[in-house]
Design a protein around this ligand. Structure first.
Ligand code: NAD
Length: 261
């Protein structure tokens, strides 16, 4: 046991020599994960749906790391396959996958369109399954890997007007546990980060409503909404050797929101 304790090193948090795929990482929280990995020594493969990748490119390259971009629609099976093929062509390996890309649709439950229900569940939940399944084939061959799924406060509770998002984010935890269970024997760890309330583009409309904004802020025991850098340390931990015995777990990063009645 002492030998084991003596061996622990801060190098276990390093991602030097690793290749990480982060979906939807040209902006907001995904950009935070990608830049955190670059700062820890990894090269990046970023999928994007909107056009502007200049900011994340600059931030990663200023760390002396490589970044490769692939534009695609992760609702399309062929684009999911292309992520893995292109990452393997460019880097020849995949060590880390962060399933970050997601969308939402807000509408009254009574008129909530079936199309929006299907589309949000397809991207936020089924794509996590399909892409992780493709990536896991490479990780199994390599004998190691880290899959990090992005859940939400709505992986545990339900908000109104977004039943598809609530369904999908609960499902993300199910997928996390299923993959942890299936892939643990290959030395592949699957875990989730569940952010609380962060002021990104998706929340501009709801945080502009002072009643809603104050209701949420009052419930956050740290007294403020989150910022991308509040998630970056946990992402590096989950991607690194330091978390090798963590599998099928979910880390709630919400400033204390979930613990307050
Ligand atoms: N912002 C929050 O408060 C918050 C809270 C909990 C969880 N999350 C989760 O964190 C992740 C990132 O959230 P964010 O706030 O940075 O949102 P965001 O909208 O800025 O990022 C989502 C990304 O997904 C991409 N995307 C959307 N549709 C796509 C498609 N069809 N194909 C490929 N990519 C597509 C977008 O282009 C974008 O890059 C999401 O999984 C979100 O559910 C966010």
């Amino acid at each position: 046991m002492t030998e084991n304790i003596r061996n622990f090193s801060m190098d276990w948090f390093s991602l030097k020599g690793k290749v990480a795929i982060v979906t939807g990482a040209n902006q907001n929280l995904g950009m935070g994960y990608a830049v955190a990995f670059a700062k820890a020594g990894a090269d990046l493969f970023i999928t994007h749906f909107t056009d502007d990748v200049s900011e994340v490119k600059k931030l990663i390259e200023s760390e002396g790391r490589r970044v490769h971009f692939l534009k695609g629609d992760l609702l399309k099976k062929e684009d999911i396959k292309a992520v893995v093929d292109e990452c393997m062509r460019v880097y020849g390996r995949i060590d880390i996958l962060v399933n970050n890309a997601a969308t939402n649709h807000f509408e009254d439950f009574e008129t909530f369109p079936d199309e929006a229900y299907s589309r949000v569940v397809e991207l936020n939940m089924k794509t996590v399954y399909y892409l992780s399944k493709e990536v896991s084939k490479i990780m199994i061959r390599q004998g190691s890997g880290k899959i990090i799924n992005i859940g939400s406060a709505l992986s545990y509770t339900a908000d109104k007007k977004c039943p598809s998002y609530v369904t999908a984010k609960h499902g993300v935890l199910g997928i996390t546990r299923a993959f942890a269970n299936e892939l643990g024997k290959y030395n592949i760890q699957t875990n989730a980060i569940c952010p609380g309330f962060f002021q990104t583009d998706v929340n501009i409309a709801i945080s502009a409503d002072p009643v809603f904004y104050n209701k949420i802020t009052d419930r956050i025991s740290l007294g403020r909404w989150g910022k991308a850098d509040d998630l970056m340390g946990a992402a590096v931990f989950l991607a690194s050797k330091a978390s090798d015995y963590l599998n099928g777990s979910d880390i709630i990063i919400d400033g204390g929101f979930a613990t307050v009645l």
